[in-house]
Ligand binder design. Sequence first.
Ligand code: ADP
Length: 888
Amino acid sequence: MAESVELPSRLGILPFRNKVLLPGAIIRIRCTSPSSVKLVEQELWQREEKGLIGILPVRDAAETMAVGPMLYPGAGADLGEQSSKHQVGTSDTHKFDGKNQQEVIHWHTRGVAARALHLSRGVEKPSGRVTYVVVLEGLCRFSVQELSTRGTYYTARIAPLDMTKAEMELVEQDPEFLTLSRHFKTTAMELISVLEQKQKTGGRTKVLLETVGVPKLADIFVASFEISFEEQLSMLDSVDVKVRLSKATELVDRHLQSIRVAEKITQKVEGQLSKSQKEFLLRQQMRAIKEELGDNDDDEDDVAVLERKMQNAGMPPNIWKTAQRELRRLKKMQPQQPGYNSSRVYLELLADLPWQTASEESELDLKAAKDSLDHDHYGLVKVKQRIIEYLAVRKLKPDARGPILCFVGPPGVGKTSLASSIATALGRKFVRISLGGVKDEADIRGHRRTYIGSMPGRLIDGLKRVAVCNPVMLLDEIDKTGSDVRGDPASALLEVLDPEQNKTFNDHYLNVPYDLSKVIFVATANRMQPIPPPLLDRMEVIELPGYTPEEKLRIATRHLIPRVLDQHGLSSDFLHIPKAMVKLVIQSYTREAGVRNLERNLAALARAAAVRVAEQEHAMPLGKEVHQLASPLLESRVADGAEVEMEVIPMDVNNHEISNTFRVTSPFIVDEAMLEKVLGSPRYDDRETAERVATPGISIGLVWTAFGGDVQFVEVTAMVGKGDLHLTGQLGDVIKESAQIALTWVRARATELKLAAAEESNLLEGRDVHIHFPAGAVPKDGPSAGVTLVTALVSLFSQRRARADTAMTGEMTLRGLVLPVGGIKDKVLAAHRYGIKRVILPERNLKDLVEVPAAVLASLEILPAKRMEDVLEHAFEGGCPWRQHSKL
Ligand code: ADP
């Protein structure tokens, strides 16, 4: 311990770079530079008595901006005395930094005298250089009066700074000093207790507190902390004991707080760690206990179950390798760890995918397949024939790369159910993948597993659901995929449908190739147009145009009604829907190309009837003969002529039993009143067209939509204006141009058509024309409304009504030629549905009529048109109105 020392007036100086040795601190240094070696040798090693040296802090040149008294060569010491001028010697500079030989050394003006507690000398090999290791103890502060060199090292004339004994005694009386020292001691004590708790030591430090004077204690404490150079300097400069004490108290307190915060953090981390470790240990123990008890069978380790599942999945070797790698990763993880779940879900998918599992393909019986197709579907002769051909090829050459069938037609015409019949005929499972609205390539190909919430694409998901690798997969609504910034699903589908590429289909989530070549793909679409040509190229299109009312009636009576009754637990003895009523539903409630709404309406009737029966039955006395027929469910309860209580029927009782249970004397017969009550008032009316064409300026067009053919009215009116044309009804560019052409054509022939007198040949003089396509919410486009537009305009300007029983379609050129258009079959069927009697078609479209069922054609008068004049001739009662003079 440092006691009060007699300082000599001159001391050899050892500079400390950016470091301070405080009184009471002990430090071990190694001296290797020639100047420090010389200093140690002369001032410490060779002296008989214990020598002292001065430790003086020096500051890096870069840091001299910092405040604090410094000794600059050539400047006076802090006492204002002249110091000798120095040009720093080469060796000294090397001693500190070896950077710039001319670098100026910034000496601090105060230092600490130190004595060597231990000295050892060594010789470096092979250079033979002498080095010293010195353990130094700081003793007391001094100030530098003058700095000079002695040989290679510095010496300084110094003056002691510490108080004398008498001065000290005086200070100790000072109440402020007493308070400060008490405060310091308390803080120091606290620090010691904290350290004691942590390291279970501190007994010696406590003794220090009792025996050493407080000013020295302050130095000793501060010297043991890691504080900045600035703080060290400021502590060294605190010659005044009161200042020193308050600074030291502050530093001790800060150190104490930082230890406490660190402790809190460690506790928290330790707490968390130990919680998960504890859980892990407990689980291990639990497993061991269960094993010991022999009852771990049913609660087997999930991962082990997963592993077994993976082993049985029949993965190809390369995929098995990937799966095992992932499994090893999973085993190393704890369930709480992020990534555990995603890894597990991935492995579950690998284990669940049907790598080899296939449905046994039975020997294909073409006759049975044909019967099954006939049994499930009415009509569709050509379509069924094509399907049978397709199946025949498969029978002869099972691995033939046959075309992919694509059923195109409006909704509800049986596309899905035909595809499912193909699966039944082949004895394969059926899975439907809906592609409607798929815009993201990842929907087909999956998201990479790096994304949160990533999942496989719809194909892989479908295969997982169906659990066989050779299903019939229906790509439903393939025309409804679109591309945007998220990629092009169509290009991914191209890969799927290409037999060359789909052997190694790469789903991004799966990240291993999957063989799709055993899957039989069938696609459906409402329209062919939106399917990208390369995709269309891979498929064979089979069109299903929609049904005539007669066909619908037969489909309803043979297929839909029996199915609906069965689904509702009813039978024909119970509910009877007469043909006339089915016709009424077809005519007045559903004007669709397919039969989906028809089926829905029939189901509504069946539901309503079921409710009625249940209600009636509740209070209906049963006759004797009925009792005998009744189900065993009732037998125990029904006495002769007794009233029957409602019976609770178990869910799995078969349908006939239910009908029997509620057997009534005569079946319910659906009548018009019931239709109105259940389905509401009729939605369509044959008189509708006549009513809508009641005024001049309206014509009936035939259009083609995703739902099949349809009737589209065109309304035209004129009002006072400046000759502008207004168009409304969500029209596309092509249809807008058609309207322009139509108006131009009519204006050009105004006199010829007798729509205006020769002297007022401008039809738009002082008038605006407004053309509207009703059903304004539905977007419309295409050129086929040309002839309809002209007819409406002529009707308006001639003030003659167009015929209400005549609909038309056709594109018109500016010169009045009528050009052929598409979708004739659907359009004619639509006209028939709407009760239209006459259809005007472009002459070149007549060849398309072969596709229209004969029954429909027989009920219609088809009127071919080559030029616009032909259309007008047919569209008005008594021929074209040009024979009449305009009254407008
Ligand atoms: P899509 O796939 O064309 O939209 P669906 O195949 O779903 O139509 O057919 C709708 C309903 O109509 C199904 O219940 C189906 O069995 C029935 N259906 C359609 N066409 C026929 C038909 N020709 N014969 C018997 N039922 C049919």
